[in-house]
Design a protein around this ligand. Structure first.
Ligand code: SAM
Ligand code: SF4
Ligand code: SF4
Length: 348
């Protein structure tokens, strides 16, 4: 039996505490990034979840309350594109009232593609959102369209970034996934665009998530390549990690131009300190981004007999059984695993 007192740390099989919760609030998206939801797969015939299948905001809140009681300190809303979920500000308001077991407010963050942000930034900030990561893979219009599988323009995302900064959602982090032969030429333009602006530009190694993106190791531009390219023009100095669960390696421009980061999801596994649980749009818990199966909570949530303690027991048991370390083991794997879950469904 696990210790289920409020605030008692909940550990998995590798003694990793439960600290972060990532919630996918919708499986839909208005972009079709080739590395995430390629248009050939997520086309007109693709069947997305029906509204009744999604967790309601009240159901999400009930799960979050129990996760917080078990040690979660940080929540990130993701998707799909979270700004497509109708009334998302209401969920933010509900979650922003929560305190972590250490008494501090739960850190509330979102990852968005930024295309709908210009109009929403003020409402998100007013509702209590604290941090925002915005994805932007290219400044060049043609490359952006190719990466995002859409006719959207990078200027729209730039407007969203400016709006986020204007309402004080600082520091805004901009994330770019770099795919060899497609947008590696955008690394330096992105760097130049955001130096001295207060935006933290971060480069993510392209990962083998899901089954649909046709991932090949050759397509990965490693963080060390990216850093070499940047530091040849703009010398960098390492910065300390913010905490043990930080996934980005932080660097500062030596000339005072600000901070950048690299996320080496492929070349340096962070499984040893991975404290992240994922809640899918339809209420399944996933203990790893590369998990093949989730634990259904929705049935329990909709059963009148399930109280908070029962829900907490379910979450704790799921975390307690966890022994995932996919990235750590990736190099030993010769073949892609069948049946992995798409990132848009469990929240990247
Ligand atoms: N739609 C939002 C967005 O794009 O920011 C939130 C959901 S998206 C799944 C979350 C993050 O996952 C984005 O920064 C995206 O670039 C990243 N991502 C998706 N597929 C990826 C992959 N195959 N490798 C690395 N990062 C990926
Ligand atoms: Fe949509 Fe984000 Fe996936 Fe791109 S990365 S397809 S914006 S969910
Ligand atoms: Fe965490 Fe799984 Fe990624 Fe390892 S592979 S860092 S366990 S999500």
């Amino acid at each position: 039996m696990h210790d289920l007192r409020k605030g008692a740390a909940c550990h998995d099989n590798w003694q990793r505490p439960l600290r972060d919760l990532r919630i996918s609030v919708t499986d839909r998206c208005n972009l079709r990034c080739a590395y995430c939801m390629p248009g050939e797969v997520f086309g007109r015939d693709f069947v997305f979840l029906r509204h009744a299948e999604l967790l309601s905001f009240e159901e999400i809140l009930r799960v979050v309350q129990q996760c917080v009681a078990l040690g979660v300190r940080k929540i990130r809303l993701s998707g799909g594109e979270p700004l497509l979920r109708h009334g998302i500000e209401r969920l933010i308001e509900m979650l922003a009232k929560l305190n972590a077991s250490d008494g501090k407010p739960v850190e509330l963050a979102m990852t968005s593609n930024g295309t709908l942000l210009a109009k929403k930034a003020r409402a998100l900030k007013d509702a209590g959102l604290m941090r925002l990561n915005i994805s932007l893979d290219a400044l060049d219009e043609a490359i952006f369209r190719r990466m995002s599988g859409s006719s959207a323009a990078p200027a729209t995302v730039l407007e969203g970034i400016a709006a986020a900064q204007n309402v004080g959602l600082a520091p805004v982090k901009v994330n770019a996934v770099i795919k060899r032969g497609i947008n590696e030429g955008e690394i330096l333009p992105l760097i130049r665009r955001f130096r001295h602006t207060g935006v933290i530009m971060r480069f993510i190694e392209y990962m083998d998530v899901g089954n649909t993106n046709g991932w090949r190791l050759d397509d990965v531009v490693t963080s060390s390549e990216t850093l070499a390219k940047i530091s040849a023009l703009y010398p960098l100095a390492p910065l300390d990690a913010h905490g043990p669960n930080e996934v980005a390696e932080r660097w500062a421009y030596q000339d005072g131009g600000g901070e950048i980061g690299v996320i080496s999801s492929v070349t340096q596994a962070f499984c040893r300190t991975c404290s992240r649980l994922r809640l899918s749009t339809d209420g399944k818990l996933y203990t790893c981004l590369f998990a093949t199966e989730g634990v259904d909570l929705r049935t329990a949530l909709r059963a009148p007999s399930t109280d908070g303690a029962a829900l907490r027991q379910r979450v704790a048991a799921t975390w307690h059984c966890r022994s995932d370390r996919y990235s750590q083991l990736r190099h030993e794997m010769t073949e892609r695993l069948p049946g992995r879950i798409e990132m848009s469904y469990i929240g990247g």
